[in-house]
Design a protein around this ligand. Structure first.
Ligand SMILES: *[C@@H]1O[C@H](CO)[C@@H](O)[C@H](O)[C@H]1NC(C)=O
Ligand SMILES: *[C@@H]1O[C@H](CO)[C@@H](O)[C@H](O)[C@H]1NC(C)=O
Ligand SMILES: *[C@@H]1O[C@H](CO)[C@@H](O)[C@H](O)[C@H]1NC(C)=O
Ligand SMILES: *[C@@H]1O[C@H](CO)[C@@H](O)[C@H](O)[C@H]1NC(C)=O
Length: 738
């Protein structure tokens, strides 16, 4: 094996992250300024600050009315979680699911910082991300890829880092979608009913992290919760979000998710978007003049409007947007050509680094990878090349033609360029003498023909999904199944049956069932590359040819069948969340189902040894006692202990290991998943090198939600400690007792 070098861009990445952690003001200071502005505003100006100017009424996907009495702009709200939608050029970063697969706090923060530095340069005030709901309880759900993981702990850590990065760059983040918006089918009519404990321990969990990170805004979702629309739901908006979590920013509706004038105002909505409805006749605006009338008639208290405005202005001050925030430099409606070029070479390098470090090596028989310089290499599949009609040929990436590097929908952006796998392989092998044979369609016979002529074959397969307003190849947002698209199984079979050693690369939004592929004895390696963004090909070749070891770990479970997950999208108008706490690996563990590749799994080109587990936890059992501050009870995030282990690189290549901590709760807490992720640490090690992984436990990490007292409670009893390389490759076990 050739020697592996470490990342040249690591220092740039860390520097960006460090620079991005500063925040302009505290909430108290921001509220003080907002309150003094409030007294200067007319009623009409106040209403204008909380009401969108209508769809396509301004350059951004959401815009508000600018008041004249204070120097506050028409606010620009723009998608999305991986870049700036409808603007060109921008850097198209890897999707949230890839950011999650890196398990790398610094990279996730740096990604947020870079994305929002570009958004700020374009004059965006509010970038509509990160995505943390859908959490991903349904493996086929259309928008899981916009978020980080179906585990709330990993999603929560990533959410906090993303928001710190984004807001450190002077852009307001928007945590979305609030809440229980787990599928695309019937998303505008379905009612989600989750029991209180499931709500807290799964779906609300990452929103705590968002609020704790001082997120400026939260987007309420399209669906109903317990029969009431999410954007006019007292229990979730005034109750959970503003009450329990102590959220001080503002709630903005998803586009057209508002259904009432009075009820939405009184239950906690603070801003309506886009200010006119797509689906109803013009003039049916719920706020604007209708809100003013409701206040005049006493149906909505004046104090409520004042509170909406205060929250919105405070968020603007919080992120320093009163200081030299640039004007909007693009229009969403004319192809997005920006009057400034906000992209940088360093941001392109960062996109490549994240994509590279998110790659999960699932199978690698007899060290097939890294590839040396084979005499001949077959590159097979339509996913190896850019869509012949152009990378941006389909609006909002609503087709699966050519290499897949984003899903579809509002959470996408226009590629400035897209490095396809084939061109990166050609670039990498230029001058080596390797004969590259290609078959860049999904035709099985021509794929087999190419493979038969080569020493090794790489087959590219895909599985796509997206937002429900676009249907792609019969998939209405959510996927119809978890199989590869374009007869990917048949393509791999045909190639492998030529007896050529076959490497399968998967570009997908989430889990793909791999049983048919694994049944082929000549499939020697499988690489999951997810949705890598514009630097797709480069990131892949960095790993395939061994410039770096793969270091991504699965942020969800790959099962042996779709049925094994126990959850699927429904066409019913009610989802009772009957699976409760048992989603993804929590379900597989609880039900005793063997996954194909478990949550947290990923191979490296080196190997790691775990030793010396140490546990030091010092906590008194019982409920939180602290006052509610931003992020919940003030003692909820207190560090109550540490668990540590030594990780030793005992192989022959440099590589990074994601050491993972899972806890099993005491028997005194009934019906709890056998293991839950409660810590992780990504450590880069040279061959022979060791380092300590330290997992800091916060009070919340050993608490459960007690539905009777309505508090987070640390139970008495013995916690099982599992430290390992995945959720099922546990290397060290221990326990502590509270
Ligand atoms: C919704 O109803 C369920 C079942 O009655 C209940 O456990 C839960 O707390 C309710 N959720 C909200 C947000 O009111
Ligand atoms: C924008 O700047 C980048 C980085 O300097 C450069 O590579 C790119 O060509 C520029 N794009 C346009 C459209 O000017
Ligand atoms: C792996 O390599 C070993 C040693 O060269 C060989 O004996 C074995 O058959 C190989 N295994 C497979 C599955 O190819
Ligand atoms: C490295 O450690 C692992 C885990 O303890 C072990 O299985 C493997 O044999 C070790 N490898 C070498 C080369 O010592």
């Amino acid at each position: 094996m050739r020697p592996l070098c470490t990342s040249a861009t690591a220092s740039t990445v860390l520097l960006t992250a460090a620079l991005a952690s500063a925040q302009a003001l505290t909430w108290d200071q921001a509220y003080e300024r907002a309150t003094s502005d409030l007294s200067l505003l007319s009623q009409e100006e106040k209403v204008g600050i909380v009401t969108g100017v209508r769809w396509q009424g301004g350059p951004c996907v959401g815009n508000t009315y600018a008041p004249e009495s204070i120097p506050y702009p028409s606010l620009c709200l723009q998608d999305g979680p991986l870049s700036v939608r409808f603007a060109n050029p921008v850097t198209v970063f890897p999707a949230g699911i890839n950011a999650g697969a890196t398990w790398d706090r610094e990279l996730i923060r740096a990604r947020g910082a870079a994305m929002s530095a570009q958004a700020k340069g374009l004059g965006v005030n509010v970038q509509l991300g990160p995505g943390l709901g859908a959490l991903g309880k349904i493996p086929s759900a259309g928008r899981n890829w916009e978020g980080f993981s179906s585990d709330p702990y990993l999603a929560g850590i990533a959410t906090g880092e993303a928001i710190h990065g984004m807001q450190g760059s002077g852009v307001q983040a928007c945590a979305k979608h609030f809440i229980l918006n787990e599928q695309e089918h019937n998303r505008e009519t379905i009612s989600s009913i989750a029991d209180d404990r499931t709500m807290h321990e799964l779906y609300l969990w990452p929103f705590y992290d968002a609020v704790k990170a001082n997120v400026a805004s939260v987007m309420c979702s399209y669906n109903k919760v317990n029969g009431s629309w999410a954007c006019e739901n007292e229990e979730i908006l005034n109750g959970l979000l503003k009450g329990e979590l102590g959220f001080r920013g503002y709630v903005v509706s998803d586009w057209n998710a508002q259904h009432s004038t009075v009820l939405s105002a009184n239950t906690g909505l603070d801003m309506t978007m886009p200010g006119s409805d797509f689906n109803t006749p013009p003039g049916s605006i719920y706020w604007g003049d209708n809100l003013a009338s409701a206040i005049a008639s006493g149906s909505v208290p004046q104090a409520r409007l004042d509170n909406m405005v205060t929250r919105i202005l405070a968020s603007w001050y919080l992120t320093g947007q009163d200081q030299d925030h640039p004007p909007v430099a693009f229009s969403s409606w004319n192809g997005g050509a920006a009057s400034v070029n906000v992209t940088t070479a360093a941001h392109g390098d960062l996109a490549r680094t994240i994509a590279r470090d998110s790659i999960v090596l699932l199978k690698n028989r007899n060290q097939t990878l890294p590839l040396g310089t084979p005499a001949s290499l077959a590159v097979i599949g339509s996913d190896a090349i850019v869509n012949p009609n152009g990378a941006n040929a389909c609006s909002d990436r609503g087709c699966n033609v050519g290499t897949l590097a984003q899903g579809w929908g509002s959470g996408t952006a226009e590629y400035p360029y897209l490095v396809a796998p084939l061109s990166a392989i050609q670039e990498k092998l230029a001058g080596t003498g390797t004969n590259i044979v290609t078959s860049t369609t999904d035709d099985a016979a021509s794929g087999a023909q190419a493979a038969a002529a080569a020493e090794t074959a790489i087959v590219f397969i895909t599985s796509d999904s997206g937002e429900g307003y676009i249907t792609v190849e019969g998939h209405v947002g959510d996927r119809n199944d978890l199989d590869p698209w374009h007869n990917g199984n048949a393509l791999v079979q045909a190639v492998a049956q030529t007896n050529t050693p076959t490497i399968v690369v998967i570009h997908s939004v989430g889990a793909v069932i791999l049983e048919t592929i694994l049944a082929q004895p000549n499939v020697v390696a499988i690489v999951w590359a997810g949705l890598p963004g514009q630097e797709s090909g480069h990131a892949l070749t960095d790993v395939l040819f061994g410039d770096v070891s793969p270091s991504g770990k699965l942020p969800y479970t790959i099962g042996k069948s779709e049925e094994d997950y126990g959850t699927a999208w429904t066409t019913a108008l009610v989802d009772n969340f009957a699976e409760g706490l048992f989603i993804d690996y929590r379900h597989f563990d609880h039900a005793g189902i063997e996954p194909r590749y478990e949550f947290g799994f990923g191979l490296s080109y080196t190997t790691f040894q775990y030793t010396t587990l140490a546990t030091a936890v010092n906590v008194v059992a019982g409920p939180t006692t602290g006052d509610t501050i931003v992020g919940g009870p003030e003692d909820l995030f207190a560090i109550i202990g540490t668990i540590s282990a030594y990780i030793h690189n005992n192989g022959s290549a440099t590589g990074a290991e994601v050491a993972q901590l899972y806890l099993g709760y005491p028997y005194s807490v009934p019906s709890t998943p056998p293991k839950q992720l409660r810590g992780f640490s990504k450590i880069n090690l040279l061959p022979g090198e060791s380092s300590q992984a330290i997992f800091e436990l916060r009070r919340r990490d050993i608490s459960y939600w007690d539905v009777v007292t309505q508090k987070w409670v640390v139970p008495t009893g013995t916690f099982q400690v599992y430290v390992g390389s995945s959720s099922r490759d546990i290397r060290l076990t221990g326990s502590f007792t509270v």
